[in-house]
Ligand binder design. Structure first.
Ligand code: NAD
Ligand code: LMR
Length: 332
């Protein structure tokens, strides 16, 4: 028997990331080759943006994807989130060279109050939300706080791009394929304070610190490269990462809905329950294990003194961002 379609809402659907993401959702790369989808595509009520979205919809039509059951382009949030099972919140302004992601809070933060409320009013009862728009942890905090009806375990912010970047850096240094690297935890904020935890990472099942003997590189250039990768791409391309971001959004949704491999985990920012001493309620990236039944923060991952200091720095930054959005009246 064929499966009933799932509804996926994507904001910022006419943007750069949208252009990479939508075709993968519609082709079945996200939810599988037997899972039909209905797309609800949300843009701002601006002629240029809506025209661009019209063009994207025409291209989706022209792919004749067998799994794509419907496309609803809209600038109305109620229509856009109606009956949605997965809401992927991309729509927002990207940073420019010289900015930190948190500099976007006053521009982008307000988008997420209205979207959170509209999700609570209109989405399916099993809705899950992935926030990609920056600064994604705190935007997710704003949306979650605007939708108290939606349980806190349904809210995610994307740090999988950082995980993928870190795996790629370790693999290159070790001279192996990226698929050899596992158990790579990104702790904290999707920002320059994030901590890519090489101490617990494994390469072909062995500790990364055994395979890579250059520990000065691990503690220095490796961390810095991952923390600064978004800025490096903006400097090189003149635009922020898009294809790799869309790819990471697909990886995140797949990991959350289909489960992580035995013994491995994925990195995703979730609402802290106080694990590892992180203040409850912050949207913080942890190593997370998932299955068809749900997800849990992996407990008992060793945190040494070096890691503890890094984790504290990124938690402090998230507390500062939370104070800033309180000041702006975006959360209580
Ligand atoms: P873009 O400028 O190409 O596209 C953004 C789109 O969002 C535009 O079409 C714009 O009209 C639309 N938009 C703006 N406000 C909106 C709203 N209120 N509702 C619906 N749509 C709205 O930008 P992009 O390159 O696609 O990046 C989008 C966001 O994703 C940026 O904030 C960027 O910094 C972020 N990002 C996050 C990660 C991550 O790892 N978390 C990675 C890459 C980019
Ligand atoms: C990224 O990490 O590439 C994105 O968050 C875009 C940015 O501003 O760095």
């Amino acid at each position: 028997m064929s499966k009933s379609p799932i509804t996926v809402s994507v904001t910022g659907a006419a943007g750069q990331i949208g252009y990479s993401l939508l075709f993968r959702i519609a082709s079945g790369a996200l939810f599988g080759p037997d899972q039909p989808v209905k797309l609800r595509l949300i843009e701002i009520p601006d002629e240029k943006a809506m025209n661009a979205l019209k063009g994207v919809c025409m291209e989706l039509d022209d792919c004749a994807f067998p799994l794509l059951h419907s496309i609803t382009p809209t600038s109305d949030l109620n229509e856009g989130f109606s009956g949605t099972n997965w809401a992927i919140l991309v729509g927002s302004v990207p940073r420019k060279a010289g900015m930190e992601r948190k500099d976007l809070l006053s521009i982008n933060g307000k988008i997420f109050t209205g979207q959170g409320q509209a999700i609570a009013r209109n989405a399916a009862s099993d809705v899950r939300v992935l926030v990609v728009g920056n600064p994604c942890n705190t935007n997710c905090l704003i949306a979650m706080n605007s939708a108290p009806e939606v349980p806190s375990n349904r809210w995610f912010a994307m740090t999988r791009l950082d995980e993928n970047r870190a795996k790629s850096q370790l693999a290159t240094k070790a001279g192996v394929l990226a698929s050899s690297v596992s158990n790579l935890a990104i702790w904290g904020n999707h920002s320059a304070t994030q901590y890519p935890d090489f101490f617990n990472a494994r390469i072909d099942g062995k500790p990364a610190t055994e395979v890579i003997s250059d520990h000065d590189w691990l503690k220095g250039d490796f961390i810095k490269t991952v923390q600064q990768r978004g800025a490096a791409i903006i400097a090189a391309r003149g635009l922020s990462s898009a294809a790799s971001a869309a790819n990471a959004a697909c990886d995140t949704v797949r990991s959350v809905s289909q489960g992580t491999a035995n013994g491995d985990w994925t990195s995703v920012a979730v609402c802290s329950d106080g694990s590892y001493g992180i203040e409850k309620g912050l949207i913080f990236s942890f190593p997370v294990r998932t299955s068809a039944q749900g997800w849990e923060i992996v407990q008992g991952v060793p945190v040494n003194e070096f890691s503890q200091a890094k984790i504290k720095a990124t938690e402090d930054e998230l507390k500062e961002e939370r104070a800033a959005v309180r000041e702006l009246g975006l959360i209580k």
